[in-house]
Write a protein that binds this ligand. Structure first.
Ligand code: 13P
Length: 344
């Protein structure tokens, strides 16, 4: 039986569930492990991810899919079970990061272009065989208005690459997550983030249309409309929600089944509070949920710290964040739920 792309996409955003972005490259996971004092080896990366995928309650009730890195999709648990199989046993769908990272865009200092299209058709076939039913490609768009960053060329080139990637995924029976991430690292305000994200999304959907990508079989992974970290501004969740929803209404076709946010450097609780505020002003024509990396994993990573005796505590920390975000994806989260868990 062939699985329909739209069924996979719908399952990825169903029932308040969200996606665990566990696709850190070996370089990035090393940085995360440095913080908790754990050496990054093939085995420690495996142990850490196995601990997460075996967190049965979190995975079964709150996680619809997991984005893996090339190494992880081929790894086996300590008892020999493929990690992909552990994920499937919880009912979650395995996915795979397929881009080769953002590289400097020649002629445009401060802009990047994401690489990885060459040979992608063959790699997607391989990933499908390994069990992946969705993929991720991340474009990275910084904001530095004084320097003319991002340029129209960078927004256009990245949208074009995302569309070529998405078309190849659908040909292979894989749902593309399209991720044009506007970074929150800059000194910009909320309205600048709105304008840059709007330009990126308009261009993205024009390119997806031109590439004959079926929007019903895609998921959008965007940033929220939020002030840059260096601006020193702390946005109210209601303002983030109002502007983010307004932006999507202007740019994201209703044929898209779901929007799953990246956390992008927001604190754990901020990422949850903002997602909740966005869903609280619904109903929306798309499901709106999470596809968090750091905002789901920072707490369990700290609790784990590389020690077998901490596995249960780490799984409990993961369950808590997954549950909070699952509630937020339904607009049912409140701050006292965080406090109640801290007291437990
Ligand atoms: P963060 O939630 O840590 O931003 O990561 C999500 C992701 O997959 C970025 O590509």
């Amino acid at each position: 039986m062939t699985e329909r792309l739209e069924d996979i996409a719908n399952a990825m955003v169903a029932d308040g569930k969200g996606i665990l972005a566990a696709d850190e490259s070996s370089g990035t996971i090393k940085k995360r492990f440095d913080v908790i004092g754990v050496a990054s080896t093939e085995d420690s990366r495996r142990d850490y991810r196995e601990m997460m995928f075996r967190a049965t309650e979190a995975m079964t009730n709150h996680i619809s899919g997991v984005i893996l890195y090339d190494e992880t999709i081929r790894q086996k648990a300590a008892d020999g079970t493929p990690l992909v199989e552990l994920i499937r046993q919880t009912g979650a769908i395995p996915g795979i990061k397929v881009d080769a990272g953002a590289k400097p865009l020649p002629g445009f200092p401060g802009d990047t272009i994401t690489e990885g299209l060459d040979g992608l058709r063959e790699r997607l076939k391989d990933y499908y065989e390994l069990g992946a039913r969705f993929a991720k490609w991340r474009a990275v768009i910084d904001i530095d208005t004084a320097k003319g960053v991002p340029s129209a060329t960078s927004i256009g080139s990245n949208a074009h690459a995302l569309a070529r990637y998405a078309a190849l995924c659908q040909e292979a029976g894989i749902v593309p997550i399209v991720e044009p991430e506007v970074l929150m690292d800059g000194a910009h305000d909320l309205d600048t983030c709105f304008e840059v994200t709007k330009a990126a999304l308009l261009k993205l959907y024009a390119e997806l249309y031109a590439a004959r990508v079926k929007l019903e079989g895609t998921i959008l992974k965007p940033n929220m409309v939020i002030s840059g970290k260096k601006s020193g501004r702390a946005d109210r969740a209601e303002e983030v929600a109002e502007k983010t929803v307004r932006l999507f209404r202007e740019t994201v076709p209703v044929a898209v089944p779901g929007i799953a946010f990246l956390s992008g450097g927001q604190s754990d609780e901020q990422a949850t509070e903002n997602l909740n505020a966005i869903n609280a002003i619904g109903p929306h024509p798309w499901k709106i949920t999470f596809s968090y990396g750091r905002a789901l994993q920072a707490a369990p990573q700290k609790a784990w710290s590389g020690k077998t005796e901490n596995v249960a505590a780490a799984q409990a920390a993961f369950l808590h964040r997954a549950r909070m975000n699952w509630l937020a994806a339904q607009g049912k989260w409140s701050p006292d739920l965080e406090k109640a868990a801290a007291a437990a």
